[in-house]
Design a protein around this ligand. Structure first.
Ligand code: FAD
Length: 435
């Protein structure tokens, strides 16, 4: 049995090693070093392109829980991460060069893996393949993926508005209502007085922005998807006539329209997460927090996902993938890594792990593994493959996507304890599933 893995980044390296572990021969394609991405610097596999931290390993942290699940599922890269660890307080950080050399050696010496150092330019649907070419997939191959999936199913930029946990909203100030009272009251509205709006506006126009990378400069954003700071720079009232317009939102408590209103739209099926409408932004994260917490009702907002706008190739997974990461269109094709719409180093390795396990099962004629939403990896894959997203944008691991748990009010307020219980449930379910 033989499979192709395209891209020897974090996801592709993990996927190839999983397949080899299941005695499946792998042709692993990597275009570096002869063709670079703009962010990678070497020809080594599983290169960390920016920070050298994978976040926490503590199970009361969402990314920490994901790592514990990956250990249970038998990740091949995680032990190499621990071998390359450097001191970094509570975070799991690595010597990136050492790590990626270890991965490269492990792969190059594996008798089941044949490394092919070339750019893949076409998609061969007759060969079982895992596509893990990442957020900086080469242009020609991106076009081939687009042709395979259909024109509207491949995106090139993130334009993400921040996402917050509903439980952290103060409903003494915020209220549910749809504009002109149409339909059910789906939106959460945070009303502002003139003074509150002016304070918000001042924070916004003075906030520092994230520097774009050289390969991202010149990116053109759609007018309907402009960063909030760009809209604000057009004049003090632009936002009040745009995403913050108060028209048609009569505040029941006063019987009047407010000066401005920030709207929040439901982001997941269980309604635990809400995104801020029109708030796609390139502001630094500290400034985003200050800005969001200046909005009445969001003073204590727990931000599970900050806004970003950067080059990021990703597919419309809700339309294209099954929760096993197998393509809906052709059973031979699986996707993994950031290309699927999960974000982050840990998440990329985790999806490579799942895609590798499932490709092996597929080739062996076994039932594919679909993880339950009580687990972090199951919740992530469910989030990205859930068909009813209004507008799909990438996400990283966070507590808001897990299936809710019944808890009494006191425990609910104790975040650490609540996360501990959610983590315990996830690990128990996963261990039982794999028995
Ligand atoms: C600039 C930037 C900075 C980031 N910083 C962070 C961060 O600090 N922390 C974090 O958690 N996440 C970060 N991410 C997000 C994400 O975690 C990383 O991009 C991660 O490396 C994604 O893993 P991957 O396996 O999906 O893709 P990659 O690790 O990028 O692997 C894809 C591989 O495919 C190869 N490839 C591409 N096209 C082809 C082709 N046609 N043929 C053959 N090979 C091909 C590439 O050379 C690459 O080796 C960042 C992303 C970017 C773009």
């Amino acid at each position: 049995m033989r499979a192709k893995v395209i891209g020897a980044g974090l996801a592709g390296s993990e996927a190839a090693l999983q397949l080899a572990k299941h005695k499946i021969y792998v042709d692993l394609y990597e275009m570096r070093p002869s063709k670079q991405t703009g962010a990678h610097k070497t020809g080594n596999f599983a290169e960390f392109v920016c920070s050298n931290s994978l976040g926490s390993y503590d199970i009361t942290n969402a990314s920490g829980l994901l790592k514990h699940e990956m250990e249970i599922l038998g990740s091949e890269l995680l032990p190499l991460i621990f071998e390359s660890q450097v001191p970094a307080g509570g975070a799991l950080a690595i010597d990136r060069e050492l790590f990626s050399k270890k991965v490269t050696n492990l792969i190059e010496s594996n008798p089941y893996i044949n490394v092919i150092r070339e750019e893949v330019t076409a998609l061969d649907c007759d060969s079982p393949s895992i596509i893990a070419s990442g957020p900086l997939t080469s242009d020609t191959f991106a076009q081939a993926i687009k042709n395979f999936l259909g024109q509207d199913y491949l995106y090139f930029f993130d334009a993400i508005a921040p996402i917050i946990e509903k439980d952290s909203i103060n409903f003494e100030k915020a209220f549910y209502l749809n504009r002109y009272n149409k339909g059910d009251a789906d939106y959460i509205n945070c009303p502002m007085t003139k003074e509150e709006y002016e304070k918000f506006y001042n924070i916004l126009i003075n906030a520092p922005k994230i520097e774009l990378k050289s390969f991202e400069k010149g990116a053109k954003f759609f007018e309907s998807c402009l960063p909030i700071e760009v809209l604000a720079s057009r004049g003090e009232d632009t936002l009040r006539f745009g995403p913050l317009k108060p028209v048609g939102l009569i505040d029941e408590r006063t019987g009047k329209e407010n000066y401005a209103v920030v709207q929040l739209r439901q982001d997941n099926k269980s309604a635990s997460l809400y995104n801020l409408v029109g708030f796609q932004t390139n502001l630094k994260w500290g400034s985003q927090k200050e800005l969001i917490q200046s909005i009445p009702g969001l003073e204590n907002a727990n931000i599970v996902r900050y806004g970003v706008m950067h080059r990021n190739t990703f597919i419309n997974s809700p339309k294209c993938l099954k929760p096993s990461l197998q393509s809906r269109k052709n059973q031979n094709i699986f996707f993994a890594g950031q290309l699927t719409g999960t974000e982050g180093y840990t998440e990329s390795i985790a999806s490579g792990l799942l895609a590798g396990i499932n490709m092996a099962k597929y080739l062996n004629g076994e039932k594919l593994l679909e993880l339950p939403q009580e687990t972090m990896l199951g919740a992530l894959t469910h989030y990205i493959t859930f068909e009813e997203h209004n507008s799909f944008q990438p996400i990283n691991s966070n507590w808001g996507i897990l299936s809710p748990i019944e808890l009494d009010k006191k425990i609910k307020k104790n975040k650490k304890l609540k996360n501990e219980l959610l983590a315990k449930r996830a690990l128990e379910i996963l261990n039982n599933m794999l028995k």
